[in-house]
Design a protein around this ligand. Structure first.
Ligand SMILES: O=C(O)CCC(=O)C(=O)O
Ligand SMILES: [Fe+2]
Length: 251
């Protein structure tokens, strides 16, 4: 349970607060400049258009859920290196947000790295998403859907997002003070990763409007959504706390 419904700055104590779920989120203003965010958004879009993948949520990069849980482990790892080289190309005129997040976290944790899977190699980390419309209520803590993946060992999962385009209306991030528990999956909408809205009825929440160029970190095991928006762009990945207290990034 959160001790207050406020946003917190990045400190050692507040990172522990996210992991222990005593605070709702950390905001880091000016993680990138407005110019850098705009440039990255522009390059992501050029790339997404080239890959001909513009739909409700356009992704640049791969995710363990879509290409892995749905598509299969071999499929996911086959696509990892290509996804990294696309991300590096998109970032070459600005900076690589995944690497910058890792640099920042190294001030607080001795081991911060990209997650690897035995026998397969490293994961990808840093999916850019162009959102238009509604995002269903969900929790990102995929233990049950990933029992034979390295992520199944994690003890907590955080999410970071760097905001590259924020529409004037809508696009707020809303997080409920309720961590996913195994029995919640009775309310999972069949064949999807999201839950019936009943899961958060009477649960208090925090709503924040992301600011261009900022980084937000939250505990993604809490139910959350993005309020309807047109052309909202963010890039992010997961940060898993592993049993040896290392942090491992993956998408
Ligand atoms: O873009 C955001 O603000 C959050 C998106 C989301 O669902 C997540 O990071 O897990
Ligand atoms: Fe999410």
């Amino acid at each position: 349970m959160w001790k207050s419904f406020d946003a917190y700055p990045l400190t050692q104590e507040n990172l522990s607060g996210l992991i222990n779920n005593t605070i709702p989120l950390i905001r880091i203003p000016n993680f990138g400049t407005t110019e850098e965010a705009e440039e990255l958004a522009e390059r992501f879009l050029q790339f997404a258009a080239r890959s001909n993948s513009v739909k409700t949520v356009t992704r640049l990069g791969i995710s363990q859920y879509e290409q892995g849980t749905v598509g299969g482990k071999i499929n996911y790892f086959r696509l990892v290196e290509g996804a990294w080289s696309n991300l590096i190309k998109v970032c070459e005129t600005t900076f690589n947000p995944t690497l910058k997040v890792m640099e920042i976290l190294r001030e607080y944790f001795t081991e911060v790295d990209i997650l690897t899977e035995e026998g397969y190699g490293r994961y990808f980390a840093g999916v850019a998403k162009l959102r238009t419309g509604k995002t269903p209520i969900h929790s990102d803590f995929p233990l049950l859907g990933a029992l034979d993946w390295a992520i199944a060992e994690m003890v907590a999962q955080l999410s970071w997002n760097f905001y590259l385009r924020v529409p004037n209306t809508g696009g707020e991030l809303r997080i409920w003070d309720r961590l996913w528990q195994e029995e919640d999956d009775q309310l999972l909408v069949k064949g999807t990763y999201y839950h019936d809205e009943k899961i958060i009825s009477n649960i208090p929440s925090i709503t924040v409007k992301p600011v261009l160029g900022e980084l937000i970190i939250f505990n993604s095991q809490n139910y959350h959504t993005v309020l309807p928006a047109q052309n909202r762009i963010a890039v992010g990945s997961w940060i898993s706390l592993m049993p040896d207290r290392s942090l491992k990034l993956w998408s």
